[in-house]
Design a protein around this ligand. Sequence first.
Ligand SMILES: C=C1C[C@]23C[C@@]1(O)CC[C@H]2[C@@]12CCC[C@@](C)(C(=O)O1)[C@H]2[C@@H]3C(=O)O
Ligand SMILES: O=C(O)CCC(=O)C(=O)O
Ligand SMILES: [Fe+2]
Length: 374
Amino acid sequence: MPSLSEAFQDHPVYLHHHKHPDFNSLQQQFPESYAWTQPDSDHHHHYSDNTTTNTVPVIDFKDPNASNLIGHACKTWGVFQLVNHGIPIKLFTDIQTACLALFSLPLHQKLKAARSPDGVAGYGRARISSFFPKLMWSECFTILDSPLHLFLQLWPQEYAKYCEIVKEYEAAMKKLAAKLMCLVLASLGISKEDIKWAGPRGEFNGACAALHLNSYPSCPDPDRAMGLAAHTDSTLLTILHQNNVSGLQVLKDGEGWVALPPLAGGLVINIGDLLHILSNGLYPSVLHRVRVNRSRQRFSVAYLYGPPTNVEISPNEKLVGPGRPSLFQSVTWNEYLGKKAKHFNKALSAVRVSSSINGLFDVNEDQNNDFQVG
Ligand SMILES: C=C1C[C@]23C[C@@]1(O)CC[C@H]2[C@@]12CCC[C@@](C)(C(=O)O1)[C@H]2[C@@H]3C(=O)O
Ligand SMILES: O=C(O)CCC(=O)C(=O)O
Ligand SMILES: [Fe+2]
């Protein structure tokens, strides 16, 4: 089975035209290369958090009705917050401590574990940076399975302690993701028997995943900056832990950008593009972005969860029938990551049956690669 680390071999991303940021030296100044809007531009009106009263659903995992609630949240939002999931708080404090230790290292040290242009794992800026003319106010670190080699570079003495934290965190996320998959699929009328790689008890053992640590330093001009530009994840689902600093927003039809305030001990679960495909378009992969603020550094830990890299994902046959044509071609995760690397937010349209037959693109696709930040 090809590994996730090979996903970008044919689509290297060279970010050398912008130097790596040293945010420690940028605390006082705000270079124009990070400015997504003009000073006092009209966009400022759109910038303030939406005053909507509509909020992202919060779901109690122990609720006997959880599957229905999850189904409703996935269909209407593509995202929800999960509480009472049984993951010990200590795991969150540990992984957040690891984030702080990692991103506080001097830049030259972090660069010893830099991600290569055709690689997935390591330190750098978000891959999607290459699609934008402006820099994002963030840095990230991606881990596939074991971080041993990378952590040895970062912490020649203390690597073992941080490796252990990552190992425990990944194991807990893997279990939770499998449970969530069962509930999400059940809400679509799909059972684990319908998914070949689910395994007899729905353990989804062959699943692939990446752990993505994000740091958003405090910013001298947050209104003009962008922490992480609007994107969807290519995953089946993503499980995100944020420290107690807000910034994450999701785009809701007819509402605009809606903030997802951090809930103590809560997790954000969002649908990714592959589940959008598997659900034959019933569950939207939600467009999300991160804004930054003037005084507080924000950390987040995303567990990007997908199928074994060589498994073909296509609309489930239970969701296809007369009057309900299959909307997507079948695609493996690695193939899809390749499309994402090439087309970014137009990748879903690129695997749509209608667009490939007619050479047409979705009517709403133009907005998806838009540079607009409002
Ligand atoms: C498995 C992966 C999904 C991801 C690319 C990656 O190889 C590891 C990083 C992931 C991430 C996180 C930030 C947003 C995103 C679009 C990106 O550029 O890197 C996602 C990728 C994705 O879901 O497509
Ligand atoms: O930092 C966040 O809240 C979101 C991060 C994210 O979207 C990602 O890592 O894919
Ligand atoms: Fe994301």
